[in-house]
Design a protein around this ligand. Structure first.
Ligand code: ADP
Ligand code: MG
Length: 242
């Protein structure tokens, strides 16, 4: 992995390249009493390897719903999510779970780290659950945490880390199994401006270096401006913001 982490240059997508993730014709409607809430109406969104997309939209617009569907945590009412050009709606739950575990990393607004384990162990665990040996898991965890500026924090438990450090550990954990896709739902929503900036910088650097396809829901336009593309949701559809 070290060789890939060095090349932190923005990527240009090739026209003939298949997007890593492609949300096509996605609809999601919720029933509320007699009414139907049309949250996602006809979503078209493709993200290529190494590309970071900011999803900027007001609260309640459907950002989390979109990320849940993109992450195969939820089925859409219509449409499909293509991963590497392959449709996922037809797959069994077991196969969807396998893709989610191996190909998709999640970061949430709160870190969800295991409180009784160290930063290092929190990043080792998902790899060991997947079957990697302790030595290899540790090697990658150390490398990732050092890359994210946490080399001095390896033995610390989450409670002994600052909010920004906790989120950087959560990012390291999300990419520990070298997924192709990273989905982050307001990952800096609980952080102050300066810390959010630091976490975002680490995130975008990592995305480019590891050629992750990334969607980050955020309210912060300054941070969104740092990403390759900005999109919003209007009446349940994706609009490009440039
Ligand atoms: P955002 O993340 O942009 O704030 P969400 O995707 O969480 O938006 O929610 C979009 C809308 O869908 C909200 O109005 C929310 O109340 C509604 N919603 C989300 N999940 C459900 C559900 N399981 N049942 C009914 N309504 C829901
Ligand atoms: Mg949300």
């Amino acid at each position: 992995m070290s060789e890939t982490l060095d090349a932190a240059a923005p990527v240009k997508q090739q026209d003939d390249e298949t997007p890593v993730i492609f949300l096509h014709g996605i609809e999601r409607h919720y029933r509320q009493g007699d009414a139907t809430l049309d949250i996602l109406n006809d979503i078209e969104l493709a993200v290529w390897a190494g590309e970071s997309v900011a999803l900027v939209a007001p609260s309640g617009a459907g950002k989390s719903t979109l990320l849940h569907i993109a992450g195969l945590l939820e089925h859409p009412d219509r449409g499909d999510v293509f991963i590497d050009g392959r449709p996922t709606a037809v797959l069994s739950d077991a196969e969807r779970t396998r893709i989610r575990r191996n190909e998709i990393g999640f970061v949430y607004q709160s870190h969800h780290l295991l409180p009784e384990f160290s930063a290092l162990e929190n990043v080792m665990l998902p790899q060991m659950i997947r079957g990697l040996g302790r030595v290899e898991a540790k090697k990658r965890a150390v490398e990732l945490l050092e890359y994210l500026g946490l080399g001095q924090r390896l033995p610390h438990r989450p409670a002994e880390l600052s909010g920004g450090e906790q989120q950087r550990v959560a990012i390291a954990r999300a990419v520990a199994n070298a997924p192709r896709i990273l989905l982050a739902d307001e990952p800096t929503g609980n952080l102050d401006v300066h810390t959010a900036e630091h976490v975002f910088k680490a995130l975008t650097q990592l995305v480019r270096a590891t050629r992750l396809a990334t969607i980050v829901a955020t309210h912060n336009m300054d941070l969104a401006a740092r990403m390759d593309r900005r999109v919003s949701l209007r009446e349940g559809r994706i609009i490009e913001m440039g």
